[in-house]
Design a binder for this molecule. Structure first.
Ligand code: NI
Length: 389
């Protein structure tokens, strides 16, 4: 059974909603207009609306036309990025410096589409909660929702998420059981030496040379301290220090990010960064101050829910269009916090082979996949919360 006909019928509305959201992007925890838009649509569909979780979060609760104790949650993210849009479309961002460059406008719309259809049909037993979360990018709105009691207020047996994936054919689905996206941590190393005239280096301690050796040394963590079959990334992404040609500065700051799929690797990487940075600095007579911050855990699908998600996707787009054994990505996703709290599955939906990548100023969500994603959500609810024959 392909795309839900009734959802295809209101493809135009979905496109209009998506464009409305796209034109008014809002970033982490400031999704006021977006939140208002979502709540209004849900109310129009006759869905019970709860607001205020994680500030701008919205949860819509819908009961099927048959009773049942079971409940699941479907989650979409609502936030945009600090990017200045370069697209010339007539629905381009009206908020300078802010842009829906990760397709969360599309995610929100697909879940609204499913909510509209399910509110009309209610052909399931039990309860579905539509979870619209703020601040997926950087700030962990998913974590805040869980901490604010999302699953105490809305108890569910499983939670499901979806993200568009540029480079993958439009409407294809991909996922895997187990780790699908990496954990994401950040670190900062302040290297302190002793500033001096560049012509008289022996009178000071050069933090530039120490920082350079630390940056290189950090690459030995993944290559020499972790098991070769364990995947991990340690990237130094910033080096700041010095102001002019002929002065050795007092201080250099290194910053970067790390990725892996297991908590014990996060521990090993943090320990490695401390060991290398402190050891190299000491060897050079400099000192370091290190900050290591855990941001998002790995996104790990549970086997049963991944199977259900894959079967549902193949019902909508055909088995040949569902990759059940996706290679995990080192990107990360704060849906991970919901998957730490509940069983569930996260899937990618193809955004099309051409077009810009995520977080690019030329990126745009592909409106053609709106009814595909909405149909996946709708069928997932009807499958998991199926009425007894
Ligand atoms: Ni995203």
């Amino acid at each position: 059974m392909p795309i839900v006909n009734r959802i295809a019928d209101f493809h135009k509305d979905l496109t209009a909603w998506r464009h409305e959201l796209h034109a008014h992007p809002e970033t982490a925890f400031e999704e006021k207009r977006t939140s208002e838009f979502v709540a209004k649509r849900l109310q129009e569909f006759g869905i019970e609306v709860h607001r205020g979780l994680a500030g701008t979060g919205v949860v819509g609760t819908l009961r099927g036309n048959a009773p049942g104790p079971r409940a699941i949650a479907l989650r979409a993210d609502m936030d945009a990025l600090h990017i200045h849009e370069q697209n010339g479309v007539d629905y381009a961002s009206q908020n300078a410096g802010r842009m829906h460059a990760c397709g969360h406008d599309g995610h929100t719309t697909m879940l609204l589409g499913a909510a509209r259809y399910l509110a009309e049909t209610r052909n399931f037993a039990g309860t579905v909660h539509f979870v619209f979360q703020p601040a997926e990018e950087n700030e962990g709105g998913g974590r805040v929702m869980v901490e604010d009691g999302l699953f105490e207020k809305f108890p569910v047996e499983a939670v499901f998420g979806m993200h568009n994936w540029p480079g993958m054919q439009a409407g294809k689905f991909a996922l895997r059981a187990g780790p699908m996206m990496a954990s994401f941590d950040i670190f900062e190393i302040i290297v302190t030496g002793k500033g001096t005239h560049a012509a008289l280096p022996h009178l000071g301690i050069d933090p530039v040379v120490a920082a350079a050796q630390i940056a290189t040394g950090l690459q030995t963590i993944t290559s020499r301290s972790l098991a070769p079959l364990d995947s991990a990334v340690v990237s130094v992404t910033q080096i700041h220090g010095g102001d002019t040609w002929n002065v050795i500065p007092d201080e250099v700051v290194l910053r970067g990010t790390t990725r892996s799929f297991k908590p014990e690797l996060q521990d090993a990487i943090e320990a490695g960064i401390r060991r290398v940075a402190e050891g190299v600095a000491t060897a050079m007579g400099a000192s370091v101050k290190i900050r290591y911050e855990r941001r998002y855990p790995a996104t790990v699908n549970t086997a049963a829910e991944a199977e259900t998600a894959a079967t549902t996707a193949s019902e909508v787009v055909g088995e040949g269009n569902v990759d059940r054994d996706l290679t995990p990505t080192m990107g990360s996703e704060d849906f991970a916090f919901m998957l730490q709290a509940k069983p569930g599955a996260y899937v990618f939906i193809g955004n099309g082979k051409n077009g810009a990548g995520l977080h690019n100023a030329h990126y745009d969500f592909n409106d053609e996949i709106l009814p595909v994603g909405a149909s996946y959500w709708a069928r997932l609810v009807e499958r998991v919360l199926a009425k007894r024959a």
